[in-house]
Each structure stands twice: as structure tokens, then as C-alpha cells.
Design a protein around this ligand. Structure first.
Ligand SMILES: [Zn+2]
Length: 317
């Protein structure tokens, strides 16, 4: 009898099943039923950077109503090419912390557990990483969308950070505190920042140095004052990307796609292309807020856009 590849493959699969059918040893324990703590650490020169996962939001039916200028079939095709489901898209949240030796700086504050039942793991993960919110000296904001500022406060509206200075891009502040911002999110933004005394809020130009080795990069478009940050020490650096892209399968692959969250979509696209052209040429290490954890990698040109080359996970520090 000839043995086809298929039956050989089936036999290979069956072998572990036979093992599994043997009686379980007495020491079996209940399934853990929760993920390992989501934090990842690496060095930038002498600085220590920690990426903290804040969970994810599941967007149903991402082919409809998510990308303004792409046909549903094209969105489904992109997700299929990335071997992702097409009926939903899990969009992760990742917050960056850098310990420069003289400052402990947080970049954005996550969802605060206020936006989705699957998000808000930041607090457990900060604790697992040994980082006390009361020890944070500065918080630098990329922009003021709800998934980036909601962690400023508890569910009761109390400030979560006892002494941090809040560093906000002037253009972002002016827009959301002004009269032309959409009312409902502007009310949310004002509530989050309003929990803090005005003297702890520092408005900066998007290109300012916010601490030694930490400098803003003006990347307006996603929001009027969107700002990335470069963390640099010695010969090393990493770029805190914020929302220059959403999930990489969406608009890293297709930089011309306009996600509904891009407030000035044409400016956001121009920013994305210019930044990624430079990052690809310079092999810039990037932390993507909405990239899959640990959300650390580089971009290179691929197809009509770019792709993320993930930084290999390592225990080396
Ligand atoms: Zn976001």
C-alpha cells in the first residue's frame, strides 16, 4: 500500500493524541486561564526601556467602516494575506516607559480600563514590571485620543499619578481645549487633564527636548498635534511612534489607507510615508502603540508600502 503525504501527516498528528490519551499524572493542576504579564524590557544605551501591554480592543467587521478609502474586499484581502481573521481585528495598546537614570518617563497612559473589557491590563503589568505609578516623574503624550489619555484617572476620576509632570504638545492642547474640537471627545479630554493641577501641565513644541535624551518629532495628521518621541542615548535610539499607524496589517502594509481615527487623513498619510521612508533607510527601531506586543521592530519597504520586521525577543539586557 502506498503511503501518501497526507496519511503520513495524519499519522504524525495522531502520535501526540495517543500520548494525550494516557492517564494524567496525579499532579495535574487547573489551567492558568490568564496570559503571562505583558511587559518587555530592553536597553537604549544606558537607558532602560519597558514596553507595557494594556490589552486590546476587538473591532468587529474591520472591512466595513474602518478604512475610509478602501473597498471591503481589499481590507479582507490584506487581513487574509497577514493570516489574520477577517471578521474582527484585535487592536493592541502598548505604553512605553523609559528610565533615564534621572527621570522615569511614561509615554501615554493607556485606556485606564475605561474603554473595553479586554483592555486595562497596564496597571497589573506595571506592577509586574516593578514600576510604581507614583515614581513616574514625567508623562509625555503623543496625542489625546481616549486610548492614550484615559489612564490619567481612575474610574472615579481621581488622578493616578501622584507627582508626574504632564508634557503635552502645544498644538494638541490648543485644539482639544479650543472651540473647534468635536464636543464629546473634547469633554472627555478636559475631564482627564482636569483632574490635575494646572501647574503640573507643561505645554511644549512638538520638536522640544522633554528630558535629557528624549525629543519630540512633529507628526501631525492623525490629530492636529500628534507627536512622536525619540529616546536616544549613546549610539542607540528608539522611536515612540504613537498612532502614525494603527495595526501594521492595515496601514503599515497600506500607508495610503485612511483609518477613521486619522483626523486629517491626507496629512496623516504624508506624515506616515515621510517618517517610514526615513525609518526604513535608517533602520530605526520603533515601538508601535497599536502593534502586536512587544510592539518593537523596524520597517522596510514591501509591496506598495512597508512591513514590520519584529525585533527578536531576548533575555539579554
Ligand atoms: Zn490610539
Amino acid at each position: 500500500m502506498s503511503v501518501t503525504r497526507r496519511t503520513t501527516f495524519a499519522a504524525a498528528l495522531a502520535a501526540p493524541a495517543l500520548l494525550a490519551a494516557t492517564p494524567m499524572p496525579a499532579a495535574a493542576q487547573p489551567a492558568a486561564a490568564r496570559q503571562a504579564p505583558g511587559f518587555y524590557r530592553f536597553k537604549v544605551g544606558t537607558f532602560e526601556v519597558t514596553v507595557i501591554n494594556d490589552g486590546y480592543n476587538r473591532r468587529p467587521n474591520p472591512a466595513e467602516g474602518f478604512i475610509r478609502n478602501a473597498e471591503p474586499a481589499a481590507v479582507r484581502a490584506t487581513l487574509e494575506a497577514a493570516m489574520l481573521p477577517t471578521d474582527h481585528l484585535d487592536i493592541p495598546f502598548n505604553i512605553t516607559v523609559v528610565n533615564t537614570g534621572s527621570d522615569l518617563i511614561l509615554f501615554d497612559t493607556g485606556t485606564g480600563g475605561l474603554l473595553a473589557p479586554t483592555a486595562g491590563t497596564m496597571w497589573d503589568n506595571l506592577a509586574a514590571a516593578g514600576i510604581d505609578p507614583a515614581a513616574i516623574t514625567k508623562i509625555a503624550f503623543t496625542h489625546f485620543h481616549g486610548d492614550h489619555v484615559s489612564g490619567l484617572v481612575t474610574r472615579e476620576g481621581q488622578p493616578r499619578f501622584a507627582r508626574a509632570e504632564l508634557i503635552v504638545p502645544e498644538a494638541e492642547w490648543a485644539f482639544w481645549m479650543g472651540d473647534s474640537a468635536p464636543q464629546q471627545p473634547a469633554t472627555m479630554v478636559k475631564g482627564r487633564f482636569g483632574a490635575y493641577p494646572a501647574e503640573r501641565i507643561k505645554r511644549i513644541a512638538s520638536t522640544a527636548e522633554v528630558a535629557t535624551g528624549v525629543t519630540g518629532v512633529a507628526t501631525h495628521g492623525h490629530t492636529p498635534g500628534h507627536t512622536c518621541y525619540t529616546i536616544a542615548n549613546g549610539n542607540a535610539s528608539v522611536l515612540v511612534l504613537g498612532d502614525v499607524t494603527n495595526h501594521p496589517a492595515i496601514n503599515v502594509t497600506n500607508p495610503g489607507w485612511h483609518a477613521v481615527f486619522d483626523m486629517d487623513a491626507a496629512a496623516a498619510e504624508a506624515t506616515r510615508r515621510a517618517l517610514f521612508d526615513r525609518a526604513a533607510a535608517d533602520r530605526t527601531l520603533i515601538i508601535g502603540y497599536h502593534w502586536p506586543f512587544p510592539s518593537l521592530g523596524r520597517v522596510r519597504r514591501a509591496g506598495n508600502g512597508y512591513e514590520v520586521v519584529a525585533q527578536p525577543w531576548t533575555t539579554a539586557l
